[in-house]
Design a protein around this ligand. Structure first.
Ligand code: ZN
Length: 304
């Protein structure tokens, strides 16, 4: 069976001011790279539907969603998100959140699915922050839990930044377990407790990271026995990342992804992945690193 990849053509459709930090073109570059370099029989692309207001307000405050979608959000709240408001911003955001929901649902059908976007873990109940408007990870967990055979979701967040929005949104939920790996001295300064938080010092290297990642994932998976894993495979832990501060090599990021996808398969737990963060002035530098998640997925799929 081919690997399921979720993509929507509008993920990079957003004009940003010159010098803006957000690598909006990386989604399109990643998709193009796959089409040009991966044998077409090895994967299938699924195009998601945008999320509805009803779906969004099951996780977020209605007033926040209404103001956000209509362009009425107070200027201070918009500044905290870090993007100028536009119709295009809302359109791509709702499509991308829909993409992570579709990724979870496809993972339930096929064992594994990868979203070529997603990982908006700084979005809270009634505000967005750090380039995140709505929390696709929690929205996907929430939709997955509507299925009768899904009673527990584990969100594993390996973006270099703490999953503060995810932690806060899931603090009172016993059906969503949160595990965040992150650099301690990095955004956001306030880090509400996840179920499990693994903070690394600045400059943390491959060996310490991989050992801790594998050990903590294994503990959480074995203890909670989730019915599905949602995995944020952020690559801003990379040594050359401009917002990272950790010293993880390209090879160790591949080892991280390969190990987790393999472990989920071994335990027969569906896993839905998102590409997560990654920040470079030259956006094309991110593509080989994000590509490793797809390569790991293809490799694990091919293993019997
Ligand atoms: Zn990040």
């Amino acid at each position: 069976m081919p690997l399921t990849l979720i993509n929507h053509g509008i993920y990079s459709d957003l004009a940003l001011p010159d010098g803006h930090r957000y690598p909006i073109n990386k989604y399109q570059l990643l998709y193009q790279h796959i089409v040009q370099n991966v044998e077409s029989n090895l994967y299938q692309i699924v195009k998601p539907e945008a999320l509805t207001i009803t779906q969004l307000t099951q996780v977020h405050q209605s007033q926040y969603i209404e103001q956000l979608c209509s362009g009425q959000l107070p200027a201070a709240k918009m500044r905290r998100i870090g993007f100028p408001w536009s119709e295009a911003l809302i359109k791509r955001t709702l499509a991308s959140a829909g993409g992570t929901v579709t990724t979870a649902l496809k993972a339930m059908e096929t064992g594994m699915a990868i979203h070529l976007s997603g990982g908006y873990h700084h979005a809270h109940y009634d505000f967005g922050s750090g380039f995140c408007l709505v929390n696709d990870l929690v929205l996907a967990a929430n939709e997955a839990l509507k299925h009768s055979d899904i009673n527990k979701v584990l969100i594993i967040d390996s973006d270099v930044h703490h999953g503060d929005g995810t932690a806060a949104l899931c603090a009172q939920r016993e059906d969503i377990i949160t595990l965040s790996f992150h650099c301690d001295k990095n955004f956001p300064s306030r880090k509400p407790q996840s179920d499990y938080d693994v903070g690394f010092a600045k400059g943390c290297g491959d060996e310490e990271f991989l050992q801790s990642f594998k050990g903590s994932c294994q503990l959480a998976i074995d203890f909670h026995q989730p019915d599905i894993i949602i995995y944020d495979a952020g690559v801003d832990i990379h040594i050359d990342d401009e917002l990272g501060f950790m010293n993880i090599t390209t090879e160790a990021i591949y080892q991280r992804d390969l190990w987790l996808l393999g472990y989920a398969k071994q335990r027969h737990i569906p896993i839905g992945c998102v590409v997560g963060g990654g920040y470079r002035t030259n956006e094309s530098d991110l593509i080989p690193i994000h590509m490793q998640l797809i390569q790991a997925g293809l490799k694990v799929k091919a293993q019997q």
